[in-house]
Ligand binder design. Structure first.
Ligand SMILES: Cc1cc2nc3c(=O)[nH]c(=O)nc-3n(C[C@H](O)[C@H](O)[C@H](O)COP(=O)(O)OP(=O)(O)OC[C@H]3O[C@@H](n4cnc5c(N)ncnc54)[C@H](O)[C@@H]3O)c2cc1C
Length: 398
């Protein structure tokens, strides 16, 4: 974006390559902002698109199909790409502190680092459970789990803790894939059993009753044992204890409960909510520091409490890009008002999906094909990067 003969007037630094920042990079690539130098700091060169993750786990997509190549996208945007991990901020000096490189100066900073699991309050969880978050490391953890299950002889019991959309989708996707793996190895897929535990009285608490009933039926038909009102209070090697219930044996324990903010944010002095996420106003600026923005799971919009879902991270990309531009140009910022209702397309592992929006519930293999089409089209926007005149599409996460 920065032509070599242009002076650098503003340094905009993006920390994290989440769903909002990929949208920012795409937009700045399509319409460069004169005098702005963009820098991305991210732990990973490839960032997963969460809408397609369950399909990847089920075995319907390859790694490349569900990951955005950040280095390539940064090149398209004319941005510097630093593969590194942010560990803190020196807000007085306006610098990002990184694990491996000298502090990176910023005039404007944006944070889109996703969420991390809150396992610390459950004894044994951090040692013995496999967290789904942070989402970027999940692929490695999943491949290890897959290898363990392949090597485990005899019955294998898998417990998934958390029955929001992520937990339910993940259970069904894992079951589909692991049964396939055992079949391919000439083993009996019925050696696998699944338990899904939730602290609440219902699964998918943010979705309508028809969606919940549909998934209850699917889980029952697939033999997944559902434990309601079963908050896990302690995890041991190969066992977990739900509140007021019997201890459950499990060869694998997968943790998909509500996630929170990275611990290093506590040292930044930015105002955080109870889960440790950064409080932001409608302009996506942090309430504490107008030079710092945040978006996606790590942001807590003080006026619009949102579910932690990729759909919101994707949707915050365009208003974030616009406000970063406006900041650079010294123009007034625009407020962003998220939609009150959004469409969620939740898959059942076997190329079948359920559409949920407000009180609407539609289901079928056609819903899966619809989701697949939308998601592939979304990913094309980031893999095919000639100069473009049109705005990117939104994906089922957006
Ligand atoms: C199994 C599963 C399925 C899901 N399915 C859906 C779905 O179908 N639809 C949906 O809307 N949501 C879904 N979600 C939720 C979704 O994954 C998250 O809401 C979404 O990933 C949040 O996006 P984000 O942009 O905030 O951050 P992320 O996608 O988590 O990206 C954060 C990025 O920041 C980088 N990073 C993190 N910390 C640092 C650091 N300190 N320094 C530098 N870089 C850093 C990471 O490497 C990563 O690239 C699912 C979640 C799970 C667990």
């Amino acid at each position: 974006m920065q032509a070599p003969d242009q002076p650098i007037l503003r340094d905009i630094v993006l920390v994290g390559g989440g769903h909002s920042h990929v949208g920012v990079l795409k937009r700045f690539g399509m319409r460069p902002e004169p005098g702005v130098r963009l820098t991305v700091i991210c732990r990973d060169t490839h960032t997963p698109y969460s809408g397609m993750l369950p399909g990847y786990i089920a075995g319907h997509y390859s790694y490349d199909e569900v990951h955005i190549d950040l280095a390539k996208l940064a090149r398209f945007a004319g941005a510097r790409f630093f593969r590194d991990e942010a560990l803190g901020l020196d807000r007085d000096a306006g610098k990002v502190l990184c694990r491996n490189r000298p502090p990176v100066p910023y005039d404007t900073l944006s944070i889109n680092i996703g969420s991390t699991p809150q396992m610390g309050n459950v004894p044994g969880a951090a040692e013995h459970a496999v967290p789904v978050k942070p989402i970027n490391g999940f692929n490695d953890r999943w491949l290890l789990l897959l290898a363990r299950v392949r090597e485990h002889s005899g019955p294998t019991r898998i417990a998934v803790v958390g029955a929001g959309a992520g937990g339910v989708e993940l259970t069904l996707a894992m079951q589909y894939r692991l049964r396939d793996e055992l079949r391919a190895a000439g083993r009996n897929p019925d050696e696998l059993s699944f338990h899904l535990l939730t602290s609440s009285a219902v699964i998918l608490p943010t979705h309508n009753a028809s969606v919940r009933r549909t998934f209850e039926r699917v889980l029952a038909a697939r033999g997944v044992v559902l434990h309601r009102n079963a908050e896990v209070t302690q995890v041991f090697a190969g066992r977990l204890r739900p509140a007021g219930g019997e201890i459950i044996d499990a060869d694998e324990i997968v943790w998909v409960t509500r996630a929170g903010g990275a611990p290093w944010l506590r040292e930044t002095g930015l105002a955080l909510d109870a889960d440790g996420c950064i409080q932001v106003t409608d302009t996506l600026q942090t309430v504490s520091d107008p030079k710092i923005f945040a978006a996606g799971d790590i942001a807590a919009m003080v006026n619009h409490p949102l579910e932690k879902a990729g759909v919101f991270a994707v949707r915050q990309g365009p208003p974030l890009a616009e406000n970063l531009r406006r900041t650079a140009a010294g123009r007034p910022l625009e407020p962003y008002h998220p939609q009150r209702r959004w469409l969620a397309l939740i898959s059942t592992g076997d190329r079948y999906a359920v559409a949920s929006r407000g009180t609407l519930c539609l289901r079928g293999s056609w819903v899966w094909r619809w989701k697949d089409w939308i998601d592939r089209r979304f990913m094309l926007e980031f893999s095919e990067l000639p100069p473009m005149k049109t705005e990117p599409s939104k994906g089922t996460n957006g």
